[in-house]
Ligand binder design. Structure first.
Ligand code: UDP
Ligand code: MG
Length: 311
């Protein structure tokens, strides 16, 4: 049985880009069983009316409209939730990704991978504000996650649906999906894909996105390592603080009552001991709070990070 493909396209103010893009997608995907899910992420230009017309003409197209602008990750998440294919292929609406790469991604996926990630080897964006931060961020993400990819940020990827079912996407987290899949025991491959300069509309991002990505990286690392046991991290650090506090206090006592040579230390040891003591108490209490939150988190996991327009 051949797989069905869902091409998921988040769209925010992409007037003029949608018609040529959908033409190219339908041409490329003729030989597949496929659907195109465009998520209008609260566009304020003429994208919604363009999409309305397109939905009447393009038979494989499904349009999902979000109530306001929720961001690319939430839009992608809404698209995945409202798609049916066994294979999910996110694609940018601005034509920077090349739909003609889709068959190559599917071919690679069918070799037995769970995720195939696109690598914009010849990326057509500015160097200082986009490419350089991206190179550094990719190195950092690779080191922290242990999953080495050149281009986490490339939207064009292919996923087997079953490998990403149940994942909730927040912030900039869609880019970490390949790492998440590997952590779940999946297999990931990377293939070079084409990239084109934006010809219409403007990019929604600048250099600040890199900082958001790094913050999300810390979160995902925490989630992967400590989600079910946050107190191990907090109380573990708390115990280390107790040890440091104990050392500082002992040193302070020696400094005060011990032989003369200790008096040459001019470190405020007592203050340091108090700092470590208070730090330890806070950390251990934070660990307990985190445990409570985690239990709540598991209970409310069905909550979605977006609202549909007709909700
Ligand atoms: N996008 C979105 N919601 C947003 C910002 C962007 O759905 O709040 C979409 C946008 O329409 C495009 C994709 O996400 O299809 C990537 O955005 P963009 O091209 O601006 O990013 P860049 O290619 O510059 O990284
Ligand atoms: Mg773009």
């Amino acid at each position: 049985m051949s797989s069905t493909i869902s091409i998921v396209i988040p769209c925010y103010n992409e007037a003029g880009n949608l018609i040529p893009l959908l033409n190219r997608v339908t041409l490329t995907c003729q030989s597949y069983k496929y659907e195109i899910v465009v998520v209008d992420d609260g566009s304020t230009d003429s994208s919604p009316s363009e999409l309305k017309l397109l939905a009447e003409k393009v038979k494989h197209l499904k349009v999902i409209s979000l109530k306001r602008n929720f961001g690319q990750t939430a839009a992608l998440s809404a698209g995945i939730d409202n798609s049916n294919g066994d294979i999910i292929i996110p694609l940018d609406a601005d034509g920077q990704n090349d739909p003609e790469d889709i068959p190559r991604l599917i071919e690679k996926l069918n070799e037995g991978f769970d995720v195939v990630s696109g690598w914009r080897k010849d990326r057509k964006d500015t160097f200082i504000t986009r490419k350089l931060p991206s190179i550094l961020a990719n190195k950092l993400i690779s080191i922290v996650t242990g999953v080495h990819l050149h281009d986490y940020g490339c939207s064009l990827k292919a996923y087997k649906r079953k490998t990403i079912t149940g994942v909730q996407l927040y912030g900039e987290m869609h880019r970490f999906l390949p790492a998440w899949c590997v952590w779940q025991g999946g297999k990931v491959a990377e293939i070079p894909v084409r990239h084109h300069p934006r010809t219409r509309g403007i990019s929604k991002y600048g250099i600040f996105r890199t900082f958001k990505v790094i913050i999300d990286l810390i979160t995902i690392k925490f989630f992967s390592g400590y989600l079910s046991k946050p107190s191990h991290l907090f109380s573990g650090t708390g115990l280390f603080f107790i040890f440091m506090g104990f050392c500082s206090a002992s040193f302070a006592i020696f400094d005060k009552f011990g032989p003369d040579k200790f008096t040459k230390f001019r470190i405020p040891l007592l203050l340091l001991a108090i700092f470590f003591g208070l730090g330890a108490i806070s950390l251990i209490l934070m660990g307990l709070l985190a445990e409570l939150l985690v239990r709540l988190y598991f209970q409310v996991r069905n909550q979605k990070p977006y609202l549909l327009a007709d909700e």
